[in-house]
Ligand binder design. Structure first.
Ligand SMILES: NC(=O)C1=CN([C@@H]2O[C@H](COP(=O)(O)OP(=O)(O)OC[C@H]3O[C@@H](n4cnc5c(N)ncnc54)[C@H](OP(=O)(O)O)[C@@H]3O)[C@@H](O)[C@H]2O)C=CC1
Ligand SMILES: CC(=O)N[C@@H](CCC(=O)OP(=O)(O)O)C(=O)O
Length: 346
């Protein structure tokens, strides 16, 4: 049995890790932390857990935590994560970090979009944890930079087109929409019920959203050239889910059926990517609570542009589910363990 700590278990991705790992047959969650609720059972913060998981939240004391677990999930805001990850690493623990702190390979780029990096020496050993593209490296890694939610949906949505050199990589435009849990559980006026309910709005418009450097880094690696994208996030009045609509210009005339065949071949055997048949498009409702990424592909009949639509649950494939998928790979366990039976709502 692997002993696991969830650091930041009183947040949305932390409790999602708890939900998934609670029924994982090879894992015992032996430590959970919170900043404001230490000393209370996690079930008092999330009453749905009452009687099923009443483990008590602890303060974040990295040395003490590292002494009693094998693996640490850090589900903290960026900066708070890089303040503690080095201690876990020095004590020989595998770390899966859900924050953005180790996703950007270049410390200067991280500094430009976030803040000065506290331990840039760890960046070269961090593996960007997207299993469909980097399975072998993840299996050997000790530090996983678990991808962001928007980036997961965009990278999986575009990988076959970029690897297959089907599109002009400089033509990519992404409109993506997220449920409000994407912003975390902390109180913010912008996320109050009256601000969000019955509205639908763009934010971070004009090339300023922090996921841009992360998406561009990974798409550039796929394309083999540096590229820039236009990315506009939106906030949807729903709890969970991300739907990304991705436009690009193909090199010549293409047919939807050929593109779907390309996607099916690229993701053949992937347990968590579902390429949808021609004419069928994804919905966040169909992936809610699951680790699936659903992808639909079509061609605009008038302009010839390729349109890819991808849907994930931001808290599962966009965060905690992907983190568990990475943990399974790191530990030599079946990749789908604890994830294949997650409930999918009809
Ligand atoms: N929400 C999402 O869809 C996704 C989030 N992420 C990333 O995952 C990380 C966690 O996100 P999320 O769960 O949404 O965030 P939340 O705000 O919901 O939770 C944050 C957690 O970290 C704890 N915490 C905050 N600051 C500190 C600190 N200084 N020291 C110790 N503990 C602290 C909080 O404790 P307390 O409750 O006591 O304040 C809470 O447990 C973030 O980096 C986020 O960007 C990545 C992909 C998707
Ligand atoms: C709806 C919403 O606010 N979403 C968040 C997603 C950020 C996130 O969780 O990603 P990181 O892990 O990279 O911080 C945002 O746009 O900032």
């Amino acid at each position: 049995m692997l002993k696991v700590a969830i650091v930041g278990a009183s947040g949305y991705t932390g409790v999602e890790l708890l939900r998934i790992l609670h029924s994982h047959p090879e894992v015992a969650v032996t430590c959970v932390t919170s900043e404001q609720s230490a000393g209370r059972p996690v079930s008092s913060v999330f009453p749905s857990l009452r009687g099923r998981c009443d483990i008590v939240l602890e303060n974040l004391e990295p040395v003490g935590i590292a002494e009693k677990v094998d693996i640490v999930f850090t589900a903290l805001p960026h900066k708070a994560a890089m303040e503690v990850v080095p201690t876990f690493m020095k004590m020989g623990k595998d770390v899966i970090d859900l924050s953005a702190d180790y996703r950007i390979h270049d410390a200067d780029t991280y500094g430009k979009w976030y803040e000065p990096h506290l331990n840039p020496e760890l960046l070269p050993e961090a593996v960007y944890g997207i299993p469909e593209l980097r399975r072998a490296e993840i299996a050997e890694a000790s530090l996983i930079a678990n991808p962001g939610c928007y980036p997961t949906s965009v990278i999986l949505g575009l990988a076959p087109l970029l690897k297959g050199k089907v599109i002009d990589p400089k033509s990519i435009i992404v409109d993506a929409a997220s449920g409000t849990s994407g912003a975390g559980r902390g109180a913010k006026v912008d996320n109050l019920y009256c601000e969000v309910n019955e509205g639908f709005r763009a934010y971070g418009v004009g090339g300023v959203h922090r996921h841009i450097p992360e998406i561009e880094q990974e798409l550039s690696l796929l394309a083999g050239i540096p590229l820039n994208i236009t990315f506009t996030p939106h906030l949807v009045p729903m709890d969970r889910g991300i739907l990304s609509t991705i436009y690009s210009q193909p090199g010549g005339s293409v047919k939807a059926s050929d593109l779907i065949a390309l996607y099916e071949a690229f993701y053949d055997g992937e347990p968590f990517v579902r390429v949808l048949p021609e004419g069928v498009l994804p919905s966040t409702a169909h992936v809610r609570g699951s680790n699936f990424c659903d992808i639909g592909v079509t061609v605009d009949q008038r302009t010839g542009r390729v349109i890819v639509i991808s849907a994930i649950d931001n808290l599962v494939k966009g965060a905690s589910g992907q983190a568990v998928q990475n943990m399974n790979l790191m530990c030599g366990l079946p990749e789908t363990l604890g994830l294949d039976l997650l409930p999918v709502f009809p």
